[in-house]
Write a protein that binds this ligand. Structure first.
Ligand SMILES: NC(=O)CC[C@H](N)C(=O)O
Length: 309
């Protein structure tokens, strides 16, 4: 299959849509991003890389980081985390508060903000228990630098600050979690760590390389096994059912792959045993997923026939 050609055809097909959707307004620094951008990268399990458009322009990974925090917690602690967070689709917005009250502080899944805050809290606890791990260091940032082979990946501190300054909703979620005894660390520290991981800036190529262990049965680029085959299956399953908030069904219908979006306009998707994909276009649809990104993945999977179904 000529993946390069299919990627070019995909780009051509979505070009009229580029610029549509609305950039995330509630994080002012993200609202300032030029919506007329589009990039896509595919990293095959055999090492071949394909890219189109603005695939080397860094953007804010936002909720795509929730996959990596879950992976790092699973790698360190195994199944324990599932006592504190569920794995059912939420059918609600990413920053919804209502379900959390009904479920007595157990978030529906690790990919809505409530669930990600619990996972981040666990990551913070682990980091504090490791005496050789500098507290100011971000484990997700470390991981993506190593995995993508790009030590220049950094945090956009203006995005992190922008989020901290407009954090009423996430703070409300964190306080509610804490009131139910589902945070081990102080609310402010969990929020700070969470905003930092969301503010990591990466380009499509680096994201696709950094998550390719999810397409390769849990094997990192250095050959070590980060997750077992069964754990990878589970992470990919949760992405399929919960990676797109209240639009998980629509994404499964149109794309047919496990994936995760972020309000920076990025989407990562996994073709298990085959390749990892990252697409980026800043404009979002009503569910907070990249409008052009979903369209591009729809085109790409339709043209390649790649899907888990
Ligand atoms: N869906 C997202 O990407 C949300 C992440 C964002 N940092 C928030 O917490 O609101």
């Amino acid at each position: 299959m000529d993946v390069e050609q299919i990627l070019e055809d995909t780009y051509r097909a979505v070009r009229p849509l580029i610029g549509s959707g609305a950039v995330a307004e509630y994080i002012p620094r993200l609202a300032a991003v030029n919506p007329d951008q589009f990039g896509m990268a595919v990293v095959m399990n055999d090492g071949r890389e394909f890219q189109v458009g603005d695939s080397l322009v860094p953007f804010s990974v936002q909720s795509m980081s929730k996959v990596l925090s879950l992976v790092l917690v699973l790698a360190d602690h195994g199944e324990d985390i599932w006592r504190r967070v569920g794995r059912e689709p939420s059918g609600a917005a990413f920053n919804s508060l209502t379900q959390l009250e009904y479920s007595r502080g157990i978030p529906r899944n690790p990919f809505v903000n409530a669930g990600a805050l619990v996972v981040t809290d666990q990551l913070l606890t682990t980091k504090r228990q490791m005496s050789d791990f500098p507290v100011e260091q971000n484990p997700i940032l470390d991981f993506v630098r190593q995995e993508s082979g790009n030590p220049a990946i950094g945090l956009d501190s203006l995005v992190a600050r922008s989020e901290a300054e407009h954090s009423d909703r996430n703070a409300a979620i964190a306080h509610l979690l804490s009131s139910f005894g589902n945070l081990q660390n102080p609310v402010d520290e969990v929020l700070e760590q969470y905003f930092e991981q969301c503010a990591i800036s990466m380009n499509c190529r680096d994201v696709a390389v950094a998550v390719s262990f999810l397409a390769r049965g849990g094997i990192r680029h250095d050959g070590t096994q980060l997750l077992s085959l069964s754990e990878v299956k589970r992470v990919n399953s949760v992405m399929l059912t919960s990676g797109f908030y209240d639009a998980a069904g629509e994404f499964a219908y149109r794309v047919g792959l496990p994936g995760k979006s972020g309000v920076g306009g990025g989407i990562l998707a996994i073709v298990p045993g085959h390749c990892s994909i990252c697409v980026w276009a800043p404009g979002l649809n009503a569910s907070g997923n990249s409008l052009v990104g979903v369209a591009a993945l729809d085109e790409f999977t339709t043209r390649t026939g790649w899907s888990i179904f």
